[in-house]
Design a protein. Structure first.
Length: 431
């Protein structure tokens, strides 16, 4: 740690948190400072001291866990509506594109794409716009970020949890109090703590919502889900509140002994409340009337092949997994070994289209991908991510009350907000 005289002579930016947004903010600050000062060091344009304070024993540990270790780096098809506090996010995204990083860009590349390609990352895009490193390893993403930090002079200060950020005086520098009693000073601070925005960290008057785990499984009331433990189905899932469909998602659903999981459920967890209904459509390619007609045609074909009327169980065989079929029949009170009665075709079709579960809550104690909460968007200037009441104090990533669906959208916010905050902090000191 530098002594006070050295600190006072060198402009300094402190980044609190060494995750996705924090590492990006450090690189962005250095690149912006270099572009603003012409890359030279003088009394008028001194070097910039950038330190990343990380409470863990290494930076980027959270990045390594993303995408099951593969890291869905970002999505090329974001819409502001994908995000909580979407008007705020839209303004921030627009500001970043208008203040593009001082790096070469190919036609059509976004600021985040330019940022990563300039660091040497190569990625591949799937049919849904999700981008993954070609190595399929999250460690590759962390490697290029750490290389970018080292090359730009940003220092990692690990095992250094910051417990309090204070202003030393009106318009003065910031004092960062560390858990071990040390105090470090900075002219600007980027809060990039991820979900670990501890109470008491921020100066008085800045409000932050406590974190709530999000993008997680949902617990349900129905006990029959236990019989389907770990079974996966493709379905269209409707989140219904009263008579209104709040939202719907198509994708994989995994049954668990306490409820349901899977990406479709994770996305719906952002809007789910206790008492809502999850209605699973197990044959989404068919309308309800079409489903009944399909079952009738299927039964006639099976009748000809078997030389007899198929049983209820046989009618569902090959269409859904056996244990799923047993649950559907149980909901209808039908015996699987009996022939299908004419009046039961419509009932079967309706049950396949409307397998219902009652939400009892978020199962975020089991697993979760992000947190909701942090500094209220209304307290930040969206074009810079500076906290309006605290000039020189910026925030990024999950430290801001912004979250989105699965699919690379949350990491996209981390990179974009980190770059915007770091860039803005450096511009503040260079002006």
């Amino acid at each position: 740690m530098q002594d006070r005289r050295a600190e006072a002579a060198t402009p300094a930016i402190a980044v609190v948190g060494g995750g996705a947004s924090g590492l990006t903010a450090a690189i962005a600050a250095a690149q912006t400072w270099r572009a603003r000062t012409g890359g030279t060091t003088s009394a008028a344009a001194p070097e910039l001291d950038i330190r990343i304070f990380e409470k863990d024993d290494r930076v980027g540990r959270s990045i390594l866990a993303t995408g099951n270790g593969r890291c869905n780096v970002f999505n090329t098809r974001p819409e502001a509506g994908n995000y909580r506090n979407s008007p705020f996010v839209e303004k921030a995204f627009r500001a970043l594109e208008e203040r593009r990083p001082p790096l070469a860009a190919a036609q059509g590349e976004t600021a985040v794409e330019v940022f990563f390609s300039s660091l040497g990352l190569v990625w591949k895009e799937d049919e849904e716009g999700r981008c993954w490193p070609v190595t399929n390893k999250a460690s590759t993403v962390l490697d290029v970020l750490r290389t970018g930090c080292r090359a730009n002079g940003a220092r990692e200060c690990c095992d250094s949890p910051v417990t309090r950020i204070e202003r030393t005086g009106a318009g003065g520098r910031f004092a960062l109090r560390l858990a071990d009693g040390r105090i470090s000073h900075a002219d600007a601070v980027v809060v990039a703590t991820g979900s670990g925005l501890a109470g008491g960290l921020l100066p008085e008057g800045i409000e932050a919502e406590p974190p709530t785990a999000m993008l997680c499984p949902l617990s349900v009331r129905e006990k029959w889900v236990r019989s389907l433990e770990n079974i996966r189905v493709r379905a269209e899932v409707h989140l219904v509140r009263g008579s209104r469909t709040v939202r719907q998602q198509a994708g994989e659903v995994q049954f668990r002994k306490f409820g349901v999981s899977g990406i479709a459920v994770f996305n719906l967890s952002r809007d789910a409340r206790a008492g809502d209904q999850l209605v699973l459509d197990l044959v989404p390619a068919l309308g309800e009337a079409d489903a009944a007609a399909f079952l009738s045609r299927r039964m006639k074909a099976m009748d000809a092949a078997l030389g007899r009327t198929p049983t209820v169980e046989e009618t569902l065989s090959g269409l859904v997994l056996p244990r799923v079929g047993e649950v559907v029949l149980g909901q209808l009170g039908l015996e699987g070994g009996r022939p299908v009665a004419p009046g039961n075709v419509e009932r079967l079709a309706a049950a396949l289209k409307n397998l219902s579960l009652t939400v009892t809550g978020l199962a975020n104690n089991v697993s979760h991908q992000i947190t909701r909460g942090g500094i209220a968007a209304g307290q930040l200037v969206p074009e810079t991510l500076q906290i309006a009441s605290a000039p020189g104090l910026f925030a990024a990533g999950e430290a801001v009350d912004v979250d989105a669906d699965c699919g690379g959208f949350n990491l996209l916010w981390a990179w974009a907000s980190g770059y915007l905050a770091g860039m803005s902090a450096a511009k503040t000191l260079a002006e």
